[in-house]
Design a protein around this ligand. Structure first.
Ligand SMILES: Nc1nc2c(ncn2[C@@H]2O[C@H](COP(=O)(O)OP(=O)(O)OP(=O)(O)O)[C@@H](O)[C@H]2O)c(=O)[nH]1
Ligand SMILES: [Mg+2]
Length: 428
């Protein structure tokens, strides 16, 4: 049976050849276990010690071993970190030695889960740590570190404080006769109420920006056969992601590839294009193209000549004419490029990013469905407030607070914690 008091360990780095690999332990047996497999016998708090890991008396590897005494560690428990050499054989051998000590492997995110339970982190900070580990682009990293530094916690604390004040004022109206209250109270309450609704509303709107920053923008490449769609996706990726030939209809399925452009994630989708089909394979390919183009943030339409009007039914088009190296003919309102010489590609990528990128304002950015759902529920409760029925208003403000607090609530939500931590790495 797995228990929260078990001492756990994990390889926190990847199991593949590298200069260094790091093992972590957490729990009250950490200290005795590390002593039992080490050449050194004394480990001081937060001091890294040059230490041999031993099997019996045999030296297995030379490591740097660091001990953290509870409560001053990541998890709040006694912890040990071993930085050993990063070969697969060293990793396997040290794992084998540790497992003989009857401590168990950590589950996904179990170190961070313990940090949360021991009040080392808030739930929002724990989620931000996972976002930081998974950040692929500069803007994803910026949001994650901002949230880890407390941007979201500060926002929730501030709104909670304001909402509690509003509730107290509303309750004062219920409890006291009108003559005992200042005249300005009613006006003041309405102002506070509006201000809270505005702040939550803005946070919900901003979550659309962060959603895009995390998921990336989808750009579908369409156009007639042989217009240079696949050559373009290969050029910007600097590798052969899609097959290129001079036979029209080479691409039949969707080929997807993501790129980081100026700190944002863009997913380009090469397609069969939209055209007449000759067989069932092409028919399915074209259906997939249409589906992808309809759900895209932007479509790059590669033109053969100047057939822009064929694409009027689609929104968000940028028109492109490739092969400029072959024929130096320019069309108006069209980006002229070459996937051979690279002519015009940078200008096209700039135009894409300018068209899609929303102005990034400063935090907080709620990025998860769970946060946004709670904010929406909180706002819906507030929207039910009618100050003419003051008892009901108080009830709705209380409900709004429950949803708000739910964003950072770590207790009574085991199932939510399991979902959150299931997509953490083992060893974090
Ligand atoms: N000179 C030159 N040739 C290009 C350029 N882009 C593509 N071509 C050539 O044009 C032909 C078709 O290119 P693709 O990239 O396969 O065109 P596509 O639009 O993906 O074609 P389908 O997959 O058939 O729809 C190939 O022979 C390419 O080498 C370019 O910028 N300059
Ligand atoms: Mg193609």
């Amino acid at each position: 049976m797995k228990h929260i008091n078990d001492t756990i360990f994990a390889l926190s780095t990847k199991k593949s050849k590298s200069a260094i690999a790091i093992f972590r332990f957490s729990g009250n047996k950490s200290h005795s276990v590390i002593k039992s497999i080490s050449s050194k016998k004394i480990f001081k708090h937060k001091v890294s010690t040059l230490n041999d890991i031993l099997e019996g008396k045999k030296r297995i590897d030379q490591t740097l071993t660091t001990f953290f005494k509870s409560p001053n560690s990541y998890t709040g428990e006694d912890m040990v970190e071993i930085s050993c050499h990063g070969s697969v054989s060293v990793i396997n051998k040290i794992t084998e030695i540790i497992l003989k000590k009857n401590i168990r492997l950590a589950e996904h995110g179990e170190f961070t889960k313990r940090a949360l339970i021991n009040d080392k982190l808030t739930l929002l900070e724990a989620e931000s740590i996972n976002d930081l580990i998974n950040a692929e682009t500069e803007n994803q990293r910026k949001i994650a570190i901002g949230n880890l530094s407390g941007d979201l916690d500060k926002f929730i604390d501030n709104i909670t404080k304001k909402t509690k004040k509003l509730l107290a004022d509303v309750e004062a109206i219920i409890d006291f006769a009108d003559e005992d209250l200042p005249n300005s109270l009613h006006k003041n309450i309405k102002e506070q109420y509006k201000n809270i609704c505005d702040l939550i509303n803005k946070a919900i709107k901003k979550s659309n920006i962060s959603k895009k920053i995390y998921e990336g923008y989808r750009i579908t490449i369409i156009g007639k056969p042989n217009t240079g769609k696949s050559s373009f996706i290969n050029y910007i990726n600097n590798k052969e992601v899609s097959i290129v030939t001079n036979i029209p209809g080479t691409t039949t399925d969707l080929v997807t590839s993501s790129l980081d452009i100026n700190g944002d994630k863009y997913t380009f989708v090469d397609t069969a294009g939209i055209r007449k089909y000759r067989n069932i394979i092409e028919k399915i390919g074209i259906e997939r193209t249409i589906e992808s183009a309809q759900k895209s943030d932007l479509n790059l339409v590669f033109l053969e000549n100047n057939e822009k009007s064929n694409y009027e039914k689609l929104n968000n088009n940028i028109f492109v004419k490739s092969k400029y190296d072959k024929k130096k003919q320019k069309f108006r309102g069209v980006y002229n490029i070459s996937s051979v010489s690279g002519y015009g590609v940078e200008a096209l990528l700039k135009a894409i990013s300018k068209k899609l990128k929303k102005n990034h304002v400063k935090g907080p950015y709620f990025s998860r469905e769970r946060h946004v759902e709670n904010l929406k529920m909180s706002l819906s409760s507030l929207k039910l407030v009618n100050f003419k029925e003051i008892d009901i208003a108080a009830e709705n403000i209380r409900n709004s607070l429950i949803y708000l607090n739910g964003i950072n609530e770590k207790f009574d939500i085991e199932n939510i914690l399991d979902i959150i931590f299931s997509d953490f790495c083992i060893g974090k």
